[in-house]
Structure formats: structure tokens, C-alpha cells
Design a protein around this ligand. Structure first.
Ligand code: HEM
Length: 312
């Protein structure tokens, strides 16, 4: 079954199943099917805050963790169904971390692998939880719905499923469509570069460590306007620049300029979807969103509270 043919409801309270043609589970049956979040994730959350927050901003380990969740989960397409995706292969499959597209991720992956061992949890879950924790640790970042209960895998992700910074926009757009993402999802996900510093794309001395917007410690929409009109000192990735002007993705990209409220909601929905790549079913998983820190983005926190959803 193609995932793209399925309506994926990645908002705050939806369960997803690959069995049968329907994947919608309402709030009440979801409650019956879901495990309680193990308390250890509250401890892990505190530990991650001490590692990711510095002087009220998110730090380099937080940025790396946001990239790491993408590189573990995002190396997936709908053809794989309930396999691969967020499976920890970036940390435990031989050779995957050494691929050129994963340059710069070895340290954060070693840290998360150690933490998974220390707390006796799965490394796939640790990568997802840490990535979503890092997002909400950045001031203004949304709290992304986060399930726990994945199966770790030592099978490397197939090659070619992560984007090439120099690829043409049609190929990049297709790559994300094949993961089940819309133009809007892709434009929203690119906004993660709001917190990004680059070390391996432009290796000229002046640009090593350069950011992709002027406020890399903060989760904001400056990335969108500054990709279109870069101030001095910002390195714009060719992929970002081309997608910002490419058909439907470009239209959506422009729609996020100066619109933090809209972007945060769309980003959180797309990210929640990505965090379930390869998890065929959330029935045996636990919703650990409440173990993440609260967002400093007041608008998003209010939106996340659904009056019909039992809190437990
Ligand atoms: C067309 C899609 C994308 C391309 C081509 C791309 C490419 C890149 C490149 C070349 C870097 C710099 C790595 C380095 O030189 O150190 C980078 C960094 C980063 N990317 Fe992406 N990326 C894409 C999408 C995403 C998505 C979807 C996310 C997360 C949702 C993401 C999160 C990040 C983060 C947080 C960093 C900064 C890491 C750090 O500062 O250590 N990227 N990306």
C-alpha cells in the first residue's frame, strides 16, 4: 500500500496504521491502544535540556540533533512502508554514519548512542526524542508530537534517499514527494535551517561555521526572508535558494516569510509525520510528547491543547 495514498493526520492526536485501508483512529480509541509513556523519558528530557540549552538559546549539539533526526528518519520513502525510517540505523548500521551526506553527525550520534545505553532505551527512539527536544529547546520552537517504541535496526538505510545540496529543484521536490510530503511540508521542513550552521558544504575559511540565517540560536522565520535576500555573512545552500523559487514549494516558502505562526504549525505537523517513518503502527507506541519541555511559543501551545482529547 502506498503511504502517499493515505490521508496522514499528523496533528496532535492521531494514530496511524498500515493495516487495512483506513488509518484514522479517533481520540478515544487511541487512548485505549496506547501505552503510557515510561517515566524515564522525563529524566532523559532534563538531561537533554542541560545539553542543548546555553545562554537561553539552542546550542551546536541541539542543531546537530535536529539534523540527525532528519538523517535517520528521512532516509526513507513510502515504498519501504513499515520498515527503515526512524530505526537508529544511522547510529548502529555499519558504515551509514560514514556516508558523505552524514558528515558532521558522528559526535552527536555517539552522544545519543551513549545516552540510549545509559538509560536503557532504544537508539532510534533516542534520536527522535532528542531531535524533537532540540526543536522545542530553541526559543520559539514548537513541541512536536513524539511517540516512543520503535525497533532498532542494523540494516543500513538505502542510498540516495537524503537530499543533495546541489541537486536540481525538481529532483529534490520528487525526493520529498516520494516520502509522502506535500510542497507545503517541504517548504516548512526547510525552515529547520533557521538554526543551522554549515561546516562541510562551503569549506572556505571565512565560511566554515557560517549560519543560514542571522539568528541560529533561535527558532524564527528569518531564514525565509534571508534565503531570498541574504545579509552579509549568511551562507545560502543552493538547494534552499532553488526550492525557494520552485513552483508550489516556492509559493509555500514565500508564504512563511514573516509568518512565524503559520510556519511553526506546519513544521510541527510535517515533523511529527517524519518521526513516524518506518513505524507501521502507533498502537503499541507511547505518546511521550508531554515529556518534552513546554514550548516558549505561546500560540502553538494553545493550538496543541485539543479539548476533545483526554489528557493522561
Ligand atoms: C533539500 C533538503 C535539504 C538539504 C539539501 C540539506 C542540506 C544541508 C546541508 C548541506 C547542511 C550543512 C551540513 C554541514 O556542512 O555541516 C545542512 C545542515 C542542517 N540541516 Fe539540512 N538539508 C535539507 C533539509 C533539512 C531538513 C528537512 C532538516 C530538518 C528537519 C534539516 C536540518 C538541518 C540542520 C538543523 C542543519 C544544521 C546542523 C548543524 O548546525 O550542525 N535539513 N543541511
Amino acid at each position: 500500500m502506498r503511504l502517499s495514498s493515505i490521508a496522514l493526520f499528523a496533528s496532535t492526536a492521531t494514530a496511524i496504521s498500515f493495516s487495512g485501508s483506513s488509518i484514522v483512529t479517533n481520540y478515544f480509541s487511541r487512548r485505549d491502544g496506547h501505552n503510557k509513556c515510561p517515566a524515564i523519558w522525563n529524566t532523559i528530557s532534563k538531561d537533554l535540556t542541560s545539553r542543548f540549552l546555553a545562554n537561553g538559546q539552542c546550542n551546536p549539539d541541539a542543531r546537530a540533533a535536529i539534523r540527525a533526526i532528519f538523517h535517520d528518519c528521512g532516509a526513507w520513502n513510502t515504498a519501504q512502508g513499515a520498515k527503515g525510517g526512524c530505526d537508529g540505523s544511522l547510529a548502529i548500521a555499519p558504515g551509514e554514519i560514514d556516508r558523505s551526506e552524514n558528515k558532521g553527525l558522528a559526535n552527536i550520534i555517539a552522544m545519543l548512542k551513549n545516552m540510549a545505553n545509559t538509560y536503557n532505551v532504544g537508539v532510534a527512539d533516542m534520536i527522535v526524542f532528542a531531535g524533537n527536544h532540540a526543536i522545542v529547546t530553541c526559543p520559539g520552537g514548537p513541541r512536536v508530537q513524539t511517540y516512543i517504541g520503535r525497533t532498532d535496526s542494523t540494516t543500513p538505510a538505502p542510498n540516495g534517499l537524503l537530499p543533495d545540496v546541489n541537486a536540481d529543484p525538481a529532483a529534490l521536490s520528487r525526493l520529498f514527494t516520494d516520502k509522502g510530503f506535500s510542497d507545503r511540508d517541504l517548504a516548512a521542513l526547510l525552515g529547520a535551517h533557521s538554526t543551522s550552521n554549515q561546516f562541510h558544504f562551503d569549506t572556505s575559511t571565512a565560511n566554515v561555521g557560517a549560519s543560514q540565517d542571522s539568528t541560529p540560536g533561535v527558532w524564527d522565520v528569518k531564514y525565509y526572508s534571508e534565503t531570498l535576500n541574504p545579509p552579509k555573512g549568511i551562507v545560502v545552500f543552493p538547494s534552499d535558494s532553488k526550492l525557494a523559487q520552485y513552483k508550489g514549494v516556492g509559493k509555500e516558502f514565500n508564504g512563511f516569510v514573516n509568518n512565524a505562526g503559520k510556519w511553526n504549525g506546519k513544521f510541527a505537523d510535517a515533523m511529527a509525520k517524519m518521526a513516524l517513518f518506518g513505524s507501521g503502527n502507533t498502537k503499541n507506541m507511547a505518546d511521550c510528547t508531554d515529556s518534552l519541555p513546554k514550548t516558549t511559543n505561546a500560540k502553538r501551545e494553545l493550538k496543541a491543547i485539543n479539548p476533545f482529547m483526554p489528557r493522561y
